[in-house]
Design a protein. Structure first.
Length: 251
């Protein structure tokens, strides 16, 4: 298949179909994580969500996806595929899913007789960072399970591995402990300024209470400290006549 783009706003597409029904695409569909980067501490459990950038042309019929990572970095508690894709054509069972020391995979199809899948959600890997993982930045790579073979098939039965772009994400492992220090509240131009020192890389929840006789706290905002760790939050409600107590915590 050949695509030729020429001058400025004029695009000439010359498509030579090598297989019946071939389509010339100027932009491939990407298979990627929902986030470009993740941050976690050793022992943390979270979801790695994988999606298509857009529905696969002609729909998706079969797939075999592999996720590569540094050996021993992750453990898996669940691998969940979208229900429409959770079928094994060679056995009366759900899609094949498994994980090993340096990769995990999922392979399956739409159910026999069902139309091809036209959504963008794909698979969720629920992972736990190894307690032995050293602090650092690690790469998570997506790839066809069977290189140069038949890993992805569309609704027409055509192999579409070359029409897909497989993405990656970074995982920052940090054993730093979230801390709060120098917490202070100051009146500023009719508002209340909440200031404290915190640990970058963590989110902090700022809450207030109007009556300490009850344990009812209202969320003011959530903040991510800058590189120097100095946080300032302004409460837009005038302080005059409004008694408030504040606290900061990690969600």
């Amino acid at each position: 298949m050949i695509c030729i783009r020429i001058s400025k706003s004029i695009t000439l597409v010359l498509a030579i179909a090598l297989v019946l029904g071939g389509v010339c695409r100027l932009q491939a569909v990407t298979v990627n994580f929902s986030q470009v980067g993740y941050t976690a501490a050793p022992g943390d459990t979270f979801d790695l969500v994988v999606r298509f950038s857009e529905p696969v042309p002609n729909g998706l019929e079969g797939y075999a996806l592999r996720m590569n990572f540094d050996s021993g970095l992750l453990g898996f508690s669940q691998i969940a595929v979208e229900p429409e894709l959770d079928f094994d054509a060679f056995a009366d069972a759900p899609a094949d899913k498994d994980s090993f020391s340096d990769y995990a995979y999922v392979a399956g199809f739409t159910d026999v007789g069902e139309p091809a899948y036209t959504g963008i959600d794909f698979v969720v890997f629920t992972v736990t960072v190894s307690l032995a993982a050293a602090d650092g930045v690690y790469s998570l790579e997506l790839a066809p399970l069977f290189p140069d073979a038949f890993s992805f098939v569309d609704g027409t039965g055509a192999v579409i591995d070359d029409d897909l772009v497989f993405g990656s994400a970074s995982l920052t492992v940090s054993s730093a402990v979230a801390a709060i220090s120098d917490f202070r509240i100051e009146r500023q131009a009719g508002q209340m300024a909440i200031r404290f020192a915190a640990t970058p890389g963590f989110d902090y929840l700022i809450e207030y209470n109007t009556d300490l006789a009850t344990d009812t706290w209202t969320t003011l905002t959530t903040v991510s400290p800058p590189a120097d760790g100095q946080v300032e939050v302004l409460d837009p409600v005038p302080a005059s006549g409004n008694r408030r107590f504040y606290r900061a915590s990690t969600p």
